[in-house]
Design a protein around this ligand. Sequence first.
Ligand code: GLN
Length: 543
Amino acid sequence: MPRRNSRFIFVMGGVLSGLGKGIATSSIAKLLQSRGFSVTAMKIDPYINVDAGTMNPTEHGEVFVTKDGMETDQDIGNYERFLDVELSGLNYMTQGAVWKSVIEKERNLEYGGKCVEPIPHIPDEIIRRIKKLASRNKPDFVMIEIGGTVGEYQNFIFLEAARRMWLKYPDRVMFVMVSYLPIPAKVGEMKTKPTQTAVRTLQSAGIQPDFILARAEKPLDNKRKEKISIFCNVAPEDVISSPDVDSIYLVPLVYKEQGLDRRILHKFGLKAKASDLKEWKRKLVDIPKQAKRTVKIAMVGKYFATGAFTLSDSYISVIESLRHAAWANKAKPEFTWIDSEDFEKGKKDVSVLKDFDGVVVPGGFGSRGVEGIISAIQYVRENKIPYLGLCYGMQLATIEFARNVAGLKKANTTEIDPKTPHPVIDLMLEQKKNLASSRYGGTMRLGNYSCHLIKGTRSYLAYGENNILERHRHRYEFNNKYRRQLEKKGLVIAGINQKQNLVEIIELKDHPFFVGTQFHPEFKSRPLRPHPLFREFIAAAIK
Ligand code: GLN
């Protein structure tokens, strides 16, 4: 164990998923951090996928990429944004990753001939990973969010690991249960029974929650607080009301009002330093509420057809980045989702884009809806509507420019048309090898790469520095064979990775704002420190 003895707080969910456990975890972490403690947070996902990189965003939500190139769950993004830190692959594990390491160890004879079994060896590996994270920077607190809900077969093994952590370090482990209290329309009254049942299930796994966060449409009244307290074996002041609120940034304040952070510190026997969330409240709650002008942003893409996940889940970091930037510009963002297939099929005309202050094309893969996106980009380029293209949004802007400005009529990316006469976006050798041998998982260009900004460009002005580090997640690249030709026609190469000579940012002159980045700036925007490119994009959109 680390010398400074980190405390571990497990967060689990009851009754149903989608209750905002990630926001709950982030908010508790924020509260502890606001009292001067160092905090890190970790997410455990029950999937067999070794990382989130191979999951479709409409099914799982956004794939959030850490600086060291791990493809993780969107909750890691919430932790980074709330805590204003950069996390790493150590902050994430899936069931698949855990089993994979155990099986690899077994193959390497690291268990010395023992019979290797799910219990205890899988929880051992889970605990090893939690401790490894704790030993890294020796934080005061490690928050551990367990995906899914208690009672699911597939996350039982994580509960078992949590229980054993508590058994070993009873003074340094705590459990928070995020539960749900429905208000059935016909009954019209908030019901506590599902929560009682969920807590029983947790107890049958040998875990007694220390706190219950009662998620509901409305605040919890005293009568129900008492009831939960008695039936679930938790002091009434440790039952925290967590009603729906307008903004996720309000959640830490809702908990704080009820003394959650004080209670956690008290139970751990730690002295509480005064908490400071003034700037947080002013910039993320008060200013957004008071903002008079709205900035209308169209998001054009294809992962908007809702499966299990909602639109905003597929692009949560992009949306949050736009929000941070809008608030910093004292404006309210208003988002409209446009499925680019509607442009292709003639259901909508691209001229609808004239009603927007700015257009964003976020990352994406594959051919569906791409021609629709390209026609949207042509429209905003010609009609001088501010444009921000992220990853695919940069690649497709390059294609549009090659076709319609440089006259390379059939220009394309080889992702869509491997036989195009003008592969302006193409695979590099290494990626060709990966695809030829079906090595898909974790093999894209991932994580931090440096980018050198060219003086005098819009990006250089926005960042106010020469060298930046940004996170990537893509296989295809700007094809340097076309660089001269496109530059001659007016395309501005504003950022390059010098080591590999790769184009990282394109821009257009004579346009209020037209920037495309090969990287994903949205992963680095923070609520109180909006990303420079988003900030300038919104500023241009407001103008
Ligand atoms: N599909 C493109 C590539 O693989 C872009 C990826 C993305 O937008 N994240 O290069």
